[in-house]
Design a binder for this molecule. Structure first.
Ligand code: NDP
Ligand code: MG
Length: 395
């Protein structure tokens, strides 16, 4: 392995992808970009290839790949272009790669993220949907291959930082009593149920503290993001959902906490900037400059906390329910959510229909044991069908 670490960035044109490239570019002595991927943004990916000179670029379709090749030829960039799921899995598991930033949004990230885990890579996991869908298989793949799984989601990265790092003991053997998963509460924290019925995609995507992709912004507004994160935390830290409390903290300064049996609570704090967890993941167990503004306590007037309101935000309870159901229920929850969020962003359904659709899909579809990736994918496909039917009825 070279001293300079070779990094594949899956989802390079997205919010996490661009933040990752920003951190990498600050440390040319430590990191080089091996591969960059996007779904459809040919021009943006071409520009990133000019800036970072990766060995490979991967894009969604054959057509887009041809356009990208033509552009790179004109730009005189010597990057090999691949396409589709095979291309993604190739650059996620390539022998020359040290670390893979898994930052594709949604279920589309599952196969390449799993490929990275199976190939024993250092997997920097932003794509929470992959773990929610197939947590059991994913954690098993990491154990079998000896891969390193590092959470990039700010809350999970915070929890990881607040836990003892040097022991193989379980959480309870380490004296952990609770994980306190913080949530900003999103843009509609103080909206009534009635007010939420009429909100637009633009309002839902205007997060008070974080600048993110559209899908996760809507998830934050419904609190499904916290629901997905709850399941993500269960898998990452080997804990039941009953061991995790969600704490609404509107300022997003504390990124999550761990409470110990002796009464100590350890919190990780910082300005809300994803470059902090990304830099921690890249350099772990070391620390590197991330370009993040230092936290100025003199500028923080207060840190507030409140309980989440599961009446107005039913997605959180639906996620707990899916975790308790086990098997493919979390994959069903995730797929129904992806369809409902896309329908909301396309203005086919209202904001409060999102939770209704997920609840109905969970009720209609029976859960089976998630024994193979094919079983998970079949459950995902069925949930999408059912969710689309309900969307069509509402629309
Ligand atoms: P964005 O929507 O900003 O970016 C998504 C990326 O995935 C883009 O590069 C996009 O390509 C690519 N992509 C989308 N669909 C496909 C597909 N079908 N096949 C291959 N690639 C695809 O998302 P974010 O960066 O906000 O989020 C990425 C992941 O990180 C999500 O799972 C999210 O939950 C998680 N996360 C994000 C945080 C944030 O602050 N943004 C915080 C914590 C977690 P293209 O541009 O061509 O469409
Ligand atoms: Mg998060």
């Amino acid at each position: 392995m070279s001293v300079i670490k070779q990094i594949t960035v899956l989802g390079a044109t997205g919010s996490i992808g661009l933040n990752t490239l920003n951190v990498i570019a600050r440390h040319p002595d430590k990191y080089a970009v091996f591969a960059l991927t996007a779904n459809s943004k040919v021009d943006e990916l071409a520009d990133l290839c000019v800036a970072h000179k990766p060995q490979y670029a991967v894009i969604g379709s054959v057509n887009a790949a041809q356009q990208l090749k033509d552009k790179l030829t004109v730009l005189n960039v010597d990057t090999e272009v691949l396409c589709g799921d095979d291309g993604l899995c190739h650059v996620a598991s390539h022998a020359q790669v040290d670390s893979v930033m898994a930052a594709i949004v949604g279920a589309a990230g599952l196969n390449p993220t799993l490929a990275a885990a199976k190939a024993g890579k250092k997997v920097l996991l932003a794509n929470k949907e992959a773990l929610v869908m197939a947590g059991d298989l994913f954690i098993q793949a990491v154990a079998d291959s000896g891969a390193t799984l590092l959470p990039i989601d700010s809350e999970h990265n915070a929890i990881f930082q607040c836990l003892p790092q040097t022991t193989n003991k379980s959480l309870s053997e380490n004296g952990v009593e609770k994980i306190l998963l913080t949530a900003s509460g999103g843009p509609f924290r103080q909206f009534s149920a009635e007010q939420m019925r009429g909100v637009s995609p633009e309002q839902a995507c205007a997060h008070p503290n974080w600048s993110m992709g559209r899908k996760i912004s809507v998830d934050s507004a419904t609190l499904m993001n916290k629901g997905l994160e709850l399941i993500e935390a269960c898998w990452l830290f080997d804990i039941d959902e009953s061991g995790i409390d969600v704490v609404v903290h509107p300022q997003s300064i504390i990124h999550s906490m761990v409470r110990y049996v002796d009464g100590s609570v350890i919190a990780q704090m910082g300005n809300p900037d994803m470059r902090t967890p990304i830099a921690y993941g890249l350099a772990w167990p070391d620390r590197i400059d991330a370009g993040v503004e230092p936290l100025d306590f003199m500028q923080i007037s207060s840190l507030d906390f409140e309980a989440p309101d599961e009446q107005r935000f039913p997605c959180l309870a639906l996620a707990r329910q899916a975790w308790q159901q086990g098997g493919t229920a979390s994959a069903v929850l995730n797929a129904a959510n992806e369809i409902a969020v896309a329908a909301f962003l396309n203005k086919n359904i209202g904001f409060t229909d999102i939770a209704i659709i997920i609840e109905q899909v969970l009720a209609k579809q029976s859960t089976v044991k998630a024994t193979t990736i094919e079983v998970v994918q079949a459950a995902d496909a069925e949930a999408r069908l059912i969710a689309n039917e309900i969307v069509a009825e509402i629309h």
